[in-house]
Design a binder for this molecule. Sequence first.
Ligand SMILES: *[C@@H]1O[C@H](CO)[C@@H](O)[C@H](O)[C@H]1NC(C)=O
Ligand SMILES: *[C@@H]1O[C@H](CO)[C@@H](O)[C@H](O)[C@H]1NC(C)=O
Ligand SMILES: *[C@@H]1O[C@H](CO)[C@@H](O)[C@H](O)[C@H]1NC(C)=O
Length: 265
Amino acid sequence: MELRLSACVLLVLCMTWRVNGGKILVWYTDGSHWINMKPVLNTLIDRGHQVTVLVPSSSLFMNSSEPSRFHYEPFNITVSVEDLDKQNDDYFEFAMYEMHDMSYLQFYIRVIELMKNEMKISLQVMDGVLKSETIKKKLKEGNYDLLLSDPIYLGSDLVADILGIPLVFSLRFSLVPAPPSFVPGAMSKLTDKMDFSERIWSVLFYTVQDVVVDYVMWKEMDKYYSEVKGEWLRKNTLFVWITLSLMTKELLWMNCSDFIFNHTG
Ligand SMILES: *[C@@H]1O[C@H](CO)[C@@H](O)[C@H](O)[C@H]1NC(C)=O
Ligand SMILES: *[C@@H]1O[C@H](CO)[C@@H](O)[C@H](O)[C@H]1NC(C)=O
Ligand SMILES: *[C@@H]1O[C@H](CO)[C@@H](O)[C@H](O)[C@H]1NC(C)=O
């Protein structure tokens, strides 16, 4: 009897130990970011967590019919795979062939065009979750413990805020300290060997980039966030404020150096 009781206690203990995992919701990603996210998700499953991934109806790399260890939560978007393909092709065409023969003015005009289109696509994908009562209801009923996201894909902070759950970012990226006078900005056409005037230009290039991002993205995002969150945000039109207030609440950055998986092959 006593033996059976302790076996029972042991079993209960084992069970509570086993169900110690959480319910993790994962924001959509695509391209190489999705390839890098998958091993992280598999590791989470190995450690006893339940993982559910939000997948848009059109995606270049995600495929909810593919056999996998995590669950998928599909949502409908108005963007087609062709739109995504075209945006990618336009970008690569620009970065590999067009930009080298362009003046800086032509360069920025094209960059702004590409960014605006990218932004339009991102907002349309966000609509698929944030403007669908069906999906929002499903996610609320899912009782997730946290939202895991690659911050390159916009909107996760808003979703975490609406669901009232913590947000965890996972990003594989080289974030080395980069003093603008020493490390030339991506696509600035400068190299690691710069003379003094080139170094000044490099600093300017970063500054102009900030202004362009501010002009193309933050205003647009601010409008969207205000619309989704309601009137009270409209008074605080600074996107920085919104980002900080939404993101610092439960902000946790995961150091992904522990998950070094090489996908170059
Ligand atoms: C998605 O995965 C399924 C099952 O592996 C496969 O049959 C289908 O062709 C894939 N779809 C795309 C668009 O790759
Ligand atoms: C997505 O669209 C399909 C077909 O129109 C529909 O059957 C499905 O219920 C939609 N899914 C969601 C989550 O709204
Ligand atoms: C991230 O992890 C790597 C390896 O574990 C370590 O070398 C690095 O210092 C960590 N970075 C931060 C910011 O903690």
